[in-house]
Design a protein around this ligand. Structure first.
Ligand SMILES: Cc1ncc(COP(=O)(O)O)c(C=O)c1O
Length: 436
């Protein structure tokens, strides 16, 4: 097979459209319209029913936000869920809630969206990066202990691409060094380990994003989960302008934010939540087939999945590219050729979090920087290039991303992706020749 590449004017390997995401129907339309017509557009248009048990709950008297929170708690088998404005705010709230002090350090991954780093910096603490595991692209627990200093207070792992981190190993290190663990589960809705141990319930608290690209999405939005009653109270207060439960409306016991989700967002989220499990099952079947076929193609290695996960969402379908097995074809050329065939491959993050220009701001490191409180030396972000070679390689040359909607169809959609890959592989010579 060496038909002419689409990049060179040939016919595309993809002959029909991939599924669109989000999927919605009358349930979403009805839910949103009902809120509009109620005239109750924020959660405090209702008296909180939060202390009522399921059996006493009259749905028409309870806010959509509170119902969404209850439903997500059930879905993720967790005691408390708090709905907020977005996943970044969920992280900001958690970093404040764990009581970070200026100058503290939080260990995290360099291979993530910048909100995982900015939430730490927003509390005047320093993100300290630990490299990712070369097979999973998640924080490598074997490298955490060497990054711990007397200023380390917490670990913030990310379940990247929706794949769970090795939380048993991370929690064991945290216990040994008396550190708090918060999971950035922005990408891990509906994902669990054996025993229905869900993302967001594997540490003190988990944060989720409901932004449009996510597997569970309400356009924008975020959730925080925890099994800890006391911590839930702090989160509740921070999300609600620092108020106190049963306190006066204008009484603020701490400095928080108005980070409440609005009723329209929650109404849209609830029917989406009911669709999540079915969508995840479809993706699991399709990705399992895709990976079993992909293993036959040299130079394209599927990311290693958590061996004990029983439910996955495949938010991103990740492949590690080894150009040597493709005669040195640069990743960009491969992506261009595959995209021309109709499969929108991406390279994802093209540099790590610590290479972001935000770290070039001299005011972070000046003597009067709040981050310097109680410290003699700043964290040196230039050092992480050498300390995190796996993440650097993933960004610069190795990672290939496919988005989850491509795997929401059936086997024929997966076959088109495979067909495109095989076709490009058969034409590597002509691609390289044209590039010379
Ligand atoms: C790992 C991670 N953390 C945090 C966020 C921030 O979520 P949001 O966009 O809802 O603020 C995202 C969103 O892309 C993410 O992927």
């Amino acid at each position: 097979m060496s038909q002419k590449l689409a990049l060179n004017g040939g016919a595309k390997a993809v002959t029909k459209a991939f599924p669109h995401f989000p999927e919605w129907d009358q349930a979403e339309r009805d839910a949103v319209l009902k809120v509009v017509d109620s005239g109750k557009w924020w959660m405090y248009a209702y008296t909180p029913g939060e202390l009522a048990g399921e059996d006493q709950l009259n749905e028409s008297l309870v806010s959509q936000v509170e119902l969404a929170e209850r439903e997500f708690s059930k879905l993720h088998k967790v005691k408390h869920t708090l709905a907020v404005t977005n996943g970044s705010m969920a992280l900001d709230i958690c970093m404040r809630a764990i009581g970070l002090k200026a100058g503290d350090e939080v260990i995290t991954t360099p291979y993530t969206f910048f909100a995982t780093s900015s939430c730490i910096l927003n509390t005047n603490a320093w993100p300290v990066y630990v490299d990712i595991d070369p097979e999973t692209y998640n924080l490598d627990p074997r490298k955490i202990e060497e990054a711990i200093t007397p200023r380390t207070r917490a670990i913030l792992p990310v379940h990247f691409a929706g794949e769970l981190c090795d939380m048993d190993a991370i929690n064991a290190i945290a216990r040994k060094h008396n550190l708090v663990v918060i999971e950035d589960a922005a990408q891990a809705q509906g994902v669990c380990l054996e025993g229905e141990r869900y993302a967001g319930s594997l540490s003190l608290a988990g944060t989720f994003s409901l932004q449009a690209s996510k597997c569970l999405n309400s356009g924008e939005g975020g959730l925080i989960t925890t099994n800890d009653d006391q911590f839930a109270e702090i989160l509740w207060s921070l999300r609600h302008c620092g108020r106190k439960r049963k306190g006066l409306w204008y009484e603020h016991e701490r400095i928080g934010w108005n980070a409440r989700m609005n009723e329209l967002t929650a109404a849209l989220l609830r029917p989406q939540m009911r669709k999540l499990e079915g969508q995840n099952q479809r993706r699991m079947a399709n990705v399992s087939y895709f990976f079993s076929e992909l293993k036959k193609i040299p130079g394209l290695t599927p990311i290693k999945l958590h061996p004990k996960a029983t439910k996955r969402n495949h938010y991103l379908v990740m492949i590690r590219y080894n150009a040597a097995a493709w005669d040195g074809l640069p990743r960009k050329l491969l992506i261009d050729a595959l995209t021309a065939e109709g499969v929108p491959f991406g390279s994802g993050y093209t540099f790590t979090n610590f290479e972001n220009p935000a770290f070039n701001d001299p005011s972070l490191y000046s003597d009067d920087s709040p981050l310097m409180i109680g410290r003699t030396k700043p964290v040196n972000y230039r050092e992480f290039i050498d300390r995190c070679p796996v993440a650097v390689r993933a960004c610069r040359e190795e990672a290939l991303w496919l988005t989850h909607n491509l795997f929401l169809g059936d086997k024929s959609h997966v076959d088109m992706i495979l067909e495109a890959i095989r076709k490009v592989k058969a034409n590597v010579g002509s691609l390289l020749a044209a590039a010379r």
